[in-house]
Write a protein that binds this ligand. Structure first.
Ligand SMILES: NC(=O)c1ccc[n+]([C@@H]2O[C@H](COP(=O)([O-])OP(=O)(O)OC[C@H]3O[C@@H](n4cnc5c(N)ncnc54)[C@H](OP(=O)(O)O)[C@@H]3O)[C@@H](O)[C@H]2O)c1
Length: 230
C-alpha cells in the first residue's frame, strides 16, 4: 500500500470511478472527489458495494479532497480543466503530485470524440503544470486506459506510459499504476510527451468506434527492467 490516500477529482465519472475501484481492490485508500460532496459519497458507496465492506473509500467535494491528500488524480473533461485547477490553486500543497489523465477531446466542446483540440501549452498535462502552484509536480498518465476496461472484472490488458519532469514523482506514479492488475507501467520521459499520450487516446477511440471494441496499448520489445508490474 502507498503511504498516502489517493484523491481522484472527477472520480464520479467512468474513468475516475474505474481507477478508484482498481486501487481500492489493490488495498489503497481512495477519496472520490466531485463538485458535489453528496455525489462523491454516492460514488464511494457504489465502489464499496463492488469492492466489499473493508474497502477504504470516501467521498468528498474536490477542494476538501485536496486538503487531505497530496496524491491527486485529475479525471475531468478538458472543458472544465483550467477552471477547476484555478479553483484548486489555494488548496494544492507544495510537495503534492497531480496525475493528469485528461484528454483534450474535441467532443468536450461539441466536436468528434476521435479528434483532439489544440492546447497552447502542448497538452492538457502541460496546461496543468502551468496552473498549479510552485512545488506541485505534474505527472501525465492513464490517458490510454479506457474506463470500460478499468470497470471490468479481469486484468486490464493495457500498459500505462508515465511522463513527468520529476523522476521521483514519475516513479511513485509508475508504482501506483502497476497496482492495477494486468497493467505494466513504463517511463515515457518528460512531461512534454504527454501530448503524444493524449493523441493516442483519440486514435483508440476511433478504433473502438470502427471495430466496436475497447482497445488499449501494449509496448513490446523493451527489456524486462523497463516495465513495473504486480
Ligand atoms: N472514459 C474513458 O474511457 C477515458 C479514458 C482515458 C482518459 N479519459 C479522460 O479522463 C477524463 C474523465 O473521463 P470521463 O469519461 O470519466 O469524463 P466525464 O464522465 O465526462 O467526467 C468525469 C467527471 O468530471 C466532473 N466534471 C464534469 N464537468 C466538469 C467541469 N466542467 N468542471 C469540473 N468537473 C467536471 C463530473 O463530476 P462531478 O459532476 O461529480 O463533479 C464527472 O463525473 C477526461 O478528460 C477523459 O478524456 C477518459
Amino acid at each position: 500500500m502507498t503511504d498516502r490516500p489517493i484523491a481522484i477529482l472527477g472520480g464520479t465519472g467512468p474513468e475516475g470511478f474505474g481507477l478508484a475501484l482498481r486501487w481500492v481492490q489493490a488495498g489503497e485508500t481512495v477519496i472520490i472527489g466531485s463538485r458535489d460532496g453528496q455525489r462523491a459519497q454516492q460514488a464511494a458507496d457504489k465502489v464499496k458495494q463492488l469492492a466489499g465492506s473493508n474497502a477504504r473509500i470516501f467521498g468528498m467535494e474536490n477542494v476538501a479532497a485536496c486538503g487531505v491528500s497530496d496524491l491527486l488524480v485529475l479525471t475531468i473533461p478538458f472543458s472544465g480543466h483550467a477552471a477547476l485547477l484555478k479553483q484548486l490553486k489555494s488548496a494544492l500543497r507544495p510537495g503534492s503530485i497531480v496525475i493528469d489523465a485528461t484528454v483534450p477531446l474535441a467532443a468536450t466542446v461539441g466536436g468528434r470524440a476521435s479528434r483532439t483540440l489544440g492546447v497552447w501549452q502542448g497538452s492538457a498535462a502541460q496546461e496543468t503544470a502551468e496552473l498549479v502552484p510552485e512545488g506541485v509536480v505534474v505527472v501525465a498518465a492513464f490517458q490510454n486506459v479506457g474506463a470500460e476496461m478499468l470497470q471490468g472484472t479481469g486484468p486490464v490488458d493495457c500498459d500505462v506510459i508515465v511522463c513527468s519532469d520529476d523522476a521521483d514523482a514519475g516513479h511513485v506514479v509508475r508504482k501506483l499504476a502497476s497496482k492495477i492488475a494486468g497493467v505494466r507501467a513504463l517511463d515515457g520521459g518528460r512531461l512534454e510527451n504527454a501530448r503524444i499520450l493524449e493523441q493516442i487516446t483519440a486514435l483508440l477511440i476511433g478504433l473502438n468506434i470502427r471495430h466496436k471494441g475497447h482497445s488499449g496499448i501494449r509496448i513490446t520489445g523493451l527489456p524486462a527492467a523497463a516495465y513495473i508490474s504486480q
